[in-house]
Design a protein around this ligand. Structure first.
Ligand SMILES: C[S@@+](CC[C@H](N)C(=O)[O-])C[C@H]1O[C@@H](n2cnc3c(N)ncnc32)[C@H](O)[C@@H]1O
Length: 251
């Protein structure tokens, strides 16, 4: 089991928290003995955590994949977002024409996602409260899709509490339908304002090694570190680095 640091979000669903940026604040650290479900529910139990906007790195990738999503003559593509938080990415995908599902551990976060979808009259966004550690053991039973998904995303699926991230991401690859994509976006480094933030910051090479996918079956579309500028706690701007990995299954 690996615990990953939750460095800094900035700009996105995930970017720029709704109330400032991350960086080691005590309420963002796990309390002794706290389970992942307790920790994340506490994180989401107060005010909104993320901005509600799509993550920039995910948007840049999906914009080149989804040219057909809004074409009414074609079946709607289906996406699955793992650890979707308050659902900013799920809603963004739904609004672009995807049948978009998000799985998230915290009921409060999902409640926010559902409320935002209802407010925007968005019926293509679906949210499931579930533990991804359970989903790994029974993906179809939890996400309900026998056919797999055209897009499976995991954005900043990093946590200061226990999270079987490698198992989850390998199971994520197995849920991608033929011709579909797996997109994994993660913090490549701590934010400049919390440079000593502990935790794992995966590199593109490390992610590929961890996924260990058959090169005959999977093509690498993107495996690189991308920078984005976000508001910093002092009111200025700061550059964050994301590891972005996009893989395509089949021909
Ligand atoms: C750093 S946040 C990222 C949220 C969202 N993907 C985004 O980009 O804004 C990590 C998310 O993973 C969720 N998470 C952590 N462990 C989980 C688990 N075992 N099952 C489901 N979700 C989990 C957390 O509740 C949290 O919302």
């Amino acid at each position: 089991m690996t615990a990953h640091a939750h460095g800094a979000h900035g700009g996105g669903a995930h970017g720029g928290t709704a109330h400032g940026a991350h960086g080691g604040a005590p309420d963002r650290e796990p309390a002794p003995g706290e389970t992942p479900a307790e920790f994340w529910e506490r994180r989401y139990g107060g005010e909104r955590v993320w901005s509600g906007r799509v993550n920039d790195s995910l948007a840049a990738v999906v914009e080149v994949l989804d040219a057909d999503a809004a074409d009414p003559r074609l079946p709607r593509p289906r996406s699955l977002d793992l650890g979707c938080g308050e659902g900013g990415d799920v809603l963004w995908l739904a609004e672009r024409g995807w049948e978009a599902t998000g799985i998230e551990l915290s009921p409060s976060a999902v409640e926010r996602g559902r409320a935002a979808a209802a407010e925007r009259g968005q019926r293509r966004a679906r949210f499931i409260v579930a533990d991804l550690a359970e989903w790994v053991r029974d993906p179809v039973g939890i996400d309900g899709s026998r056919a797999g998904f055209d897009l499976v995303t995991a954005s900043f699926l990093q946590s200061p509490v226990e999270l079987p991230r490698a198992e989850i991401l390998r199971a994520a690859a197995a849920r991608v339908a033929d011709g579909g994509h797996l997109v994994v976006v993660s913090h490549a480094a701590p934010p400049p304002w919390a440079a000593d933030h502990p935790g794992d910051f995966p590199s593109p090479e490390g992610e590929l090694e961890m996924l260990d996918l058959d090169p005959e079956e999977w093509g690498i579309v993107v495996a690189e570190v991308r920078s984005r500028v976000v508001p910093s706690p002092d009111g200025g701007g700061a550059e964050l680095e994301d590891t972005v990995v996009v893989l395509r299954r089949g021909a």
